[in-house]
Design a protein around this ligand. Sequence first.
Ligand code: ATP
Ligand code: FE2
Length: 324
Amino acid sequence: MIVFGLEGTAWNLSAALVDERGVLYEKSATYVPAKGGIHPREAAQHHAEHMAKVVGDVLAHSRESGLRPDAIAFSQGPGLGPCLRTVATAARVLSQRFSVPLLGVNHCVAHIEVGKWQSGARDPAVIYVSGANSQVLALRQGRYRIFGETLDISIGNAIDKFARSVGLSHPGGPKVEELALKANRYIPLPYTVKGMDLSFSGLSTAATEAAKKHDLADVCYSLQETAFAMLVEVTERAMAHAEKKETMLVGGVGANKRLGEMLNTMCLERGARFYLPPRKFMGDNGSMIAYTGLLMHKSGRQTPIEESGVRPNYRTDDVAVTWA
Ligand code: ATP
Ligand code: FE2
């Protein structure tokens, strides 16, 4: 079975062709805001402008290789409304043109499924951290249940906001990670875990304030150490509650080496195993949508046109995991 997947919930427009064994082809176009953070309409404009090239490139490859898609998968949500609509429109057209089923994929579930596929994790507690999401989840009774999540902004957004406030360009995550390596000391910042939930907004603001008085590298380091310790604490408790012997890290912030190292240490201490998918599957990509679409299609699912409307607030635990 071959599935064509289209991702475009936020900053990355990406199309891919996958089969059960791996990624056959992928093509992406990245939106980089001129200044500040992601602007939803500008991002959608970017996706619309690059759609023909990105999709056309993957289709040309599929023609040349004699690979015909059996289904068209697209990121139905969550994400930025204007971006989602651009992607859904293109996906509907492709489904009709090839006369193959359409599959509306939950973007968060796709981060998890591609992670399992590429890392070999079987039944992990999942820590999903990105620009819009910070959740700790585990599969229970046919759904990825959310054990803990942020009560305000996501960790990626908290880091990006702080980074912008000190003059670093978007996305700030990789720049903060690099600066943190040059730090000499830890500056105390607010650590906020409430039950199983997290809060990053106050931490981000406190880091911005701290940067007015302290060395920037020290603040970057302290921000990471504080935020990541919060995430590790909640992940560890979710593993215990859900009785999982594995932890897997996914989402754009998962590219951060320090976060992976801290989670790995926690797992070693508990006699559990830590799984980290390859970096190129961490950020948003078309392959994750295509692969999740493949799992859905194999389990007999499809999305009729009348149910293919975008879902900007699509929750991870809304999805019945019929393929596990
Ligand atoms: P979602 O819709 O899943 O929230 P997204 O649109 O935010 O996805 P992702 O690619 O999953 O996109 O995540 C982007 C985030 O990852 C940005 O906030 C970026 O700063 C962060 N990021 C990328 N690399 C690193 C890194 N090395 N360290 C920390 N954060 C990083
Ligand atoms: Fe994402």
